[in-house]
Design a binder for this molecule. Structure first.
Ligand code: 16G
Ligand code: ZN
Length: 553
């Protein structure tokens, strides 16, 4: 009864705006910030219930990633640090759309009963960590989230301030593993494991002459500021990280800057230009969970040479494979490897065909999932080492618990024998990677450090890296539609099953091109159907995309 009146009184402060129909999409709720207060309040309730149900720390992140600054959004991190379990998404939708406080309370009561959630009681309070990006609307939405969380008896909101999305996910995961879980601990762990990787570089970490500078585009978001802090802690020798578009210079979040812009438009972000020819550049998105690299090929053009998520994935895969093969070498007097490490690579249909061919050629198992981190992450977690990336730059490397335990033991064993110093180093490198790279979600900051360490290790320039394979020309288009749900896909979005007939028509178009590949899918974040096409020349890719776009219109 006390619970009921608490909810009724707080809910009345957050009416659902007229005509607003929020939906928990690929990345939570996203919309124009001014309509989101009721949604964020209700997600606060959901996060509190999730914390009670799991008796664990839950995360709530207020961000709209690469969207324009006037948008905002909210998503929930589960106890593992991953995305909210998909089973709860329908409840999230129902809550967000409840028309009145009475409806809302009824929905909650039914759900609490069905899920057998114990409210209140004498137990210790469960915590919801609330983070937000740098958007000006974040503060008022934070208040809404706190009120939502606070209106469930037994739950308490902890404001962890302005963070990158991956930092919040990391903190949730660490809290539930009872390890050090503050932002400082995060930064410490990243810098320690990075230094460890650098120390293990054969012949030392000396940079290639003239190749010691990295210029980073922070998208005028939270990532640039955090990278500046990290840089202080790293105290790097031979690697100079220059952060631009950190938000301090007055630029607008995601406007002409950031990983999404750079990857989609393939032009230099503002703050970059002819002075950067030949320099290694990287771009983060607004909440720093995406990372792409690029170079400026010539003084007279605004075009960039993109090094996308597929290529970051390929770099990681090459390095990990190298370490595994060192580890697998049976040295004299050594028992050799006694663990069959299963390594897998996860991509989406957006992965450039050339990258998939390259990875298969390396002998790796490659699987495709639908777009959206939750699908890739889930798939990658079935391997001992699962590497996943979306072409847009979101990805990470997951290590299984049994494999890590084996690595630790191997490292101990090798430290006491004279043989196998190389094997021990390989084990130490893999352990360092597992600490450096975010185990909860894709993380641009840890991604940068891993890329930089691997380039040093290999002695590669960004050019050498970029030449691992050549991207097939590709083209993306979007078609505005009234009802994007009319398009239903299967086989990791590579085939359309509804409306009938479209798939055949697409196939007929593809057949006209050499190395043609094309698919359409409903966006999870906008009211559009997206078209992706690939072919052996630029013109062919463009023409395939536009002819398929016409089929949708
Ligand atoms: C979201 C997803 C991202 C995906 C993108 C696709 C998360 C955290 N983010 O940003 O993985 O690539 O949506 O957008 O899942 P779309 O559905 O509009 O093409
Ligand atoms: Zn993002």
């Amino acid at each position: 009864e006390e619970q009921r009146s608490l909810l009724l009184s707080s809910a009345s402060q957050f009416p659902l705006p007229d005509g607003f129909k929020p939906s928990y999409g690929t990345a939570g709720f996203r919309a124009e910030a001014s309509v989101l207060r009721s949604t964020v309040y209700r997600v606060g309730i959901l996060a509190a219930l999730r914390a009670l149900k799991t008796q664990s720390v839950i995360g709530l992140m207020i961000t709209a990633s690469h969207n324009q600054v006037s948008d905002n959004g909210v998503k929930v991190a589960d106890p593992s640090g991953g995305m909210l379990t998909q089973d709860w998404e329908p409840f999230a939708d129902a809550l967000a759309n409840a028309p009145t406080p009475d409806h809302l309370v009824r929905l909650i009561t039914e759900f609490v009963e069905a899920e057998k959630i114990e409210l209140g009681g004498e137990k210790k309070k469960v915590e919801v960590l609330v983070g937000r990006d740098t958007r000006p609307s974040g503060l008022s939405l934070l208040e809404a989230a706190k009120l939502g969380i606070g209106s469930i008896i037994g739950a308490v909101a902890i404001d962890v301030g302005i963070l990158t999305t991956p930092q919040l996910h990391w903190m949730v995961r660490a809290s539930n593993r009872s390890t050090q879980a503050s932002e400082f601990d995060y930064l410490e762990q990243l810098s320690r494991s990075f230094r460890c990787l650098m120390d293990l570089i054969p012949g030392g970490a000396e940079s290639n002459e003239g190749d010691d500078k990295l210029a980073v585009d922070g998208a005028n978001g939270v990532g640039g500021e955090k990278l500046l802090v990290l840089k202080e802690m790293l105290n790097l020798k031979g690697l100079e990280i220059e952060v631009r578009n950190s938000g301090r210079e007055g630029g607008v979040l995601n406007e002409g800057v950031g990983a999404d812009f750079v990857q989609k438009e393939k032009v230099v972000p503002s703050g970059f230009g002819s002075q950067d020819v030949g320099i290694r550049c990287a771009s983060l998105d607004g909440d720093a969970d995406r990372l792409v690299y690029f170079t400026v090929p010539s003084k007279n053009s605004s075009k960039i040479e993109l090094v996308d998520g597929d290529k970051i994935l390929s770099l990681f895969a090459v390095f990990i494979k190298e370490q595994l093969s060192i580890l697998n070498k049976v040295a004299d007097g050594n028992t050799g490897n006694d663990y069959q490490c299963r390594i897998g690579v996860v991509q989406t249909a957006y992965a450039n065909g050339a990258s998939t061919d390259y990875l298969k050629q390396l002998g790796l198992e490659v699987v495709l999932t639908p777009t959206g981190v939750k699908y890739l992450h889930e798939k990658a977690s079935i391997y001992d080492i699962g590497i996943y990336f979306e072409a847009n730059g979101h990805g990470t490397i997951l290590f299984s618990e049994p494999f890590l335990l084996w690595l630790e033991a191997k490292n101990d064993e090798l430290s006491s024998v004279a043989q196998g110093p190389e094997q021990r180093k390989a084990a130490l490198r893999l352990l360092a990677v597992s600490k450096l790279i975010n185990q909860a979600v894709g993380d641009a900051l840890s991604g940068i450090l891993l890329v930089e360490a691997i380039l040093r290790h290999m002695g590669w320039s960004i050019h050498k890296w970029s030449e691992l394979y050549h991207d097939l020309p590709s083209k993306q288009l979007k078609v505005k539609v009234v009802d994007r749900t009319a398009v239903v896909t299967a086989n990791a979005e590579t085939e359309v099953v509804k409306p009938p007939g479209i798939q055949e028509a697409i196939k007929a178009e593809i057949a006209k091109y050499s190395k043609g590949r094309c698919f359409i899918r409903p966006s999870g974040t906008e009211d559009v159907i997206r078209v992706y096409a690939e072919a052996s020349t630029r013109d062919e890719a463009d023409s395939l995309a536009s002819s398929v776009a016409k089929l949708v219109d």
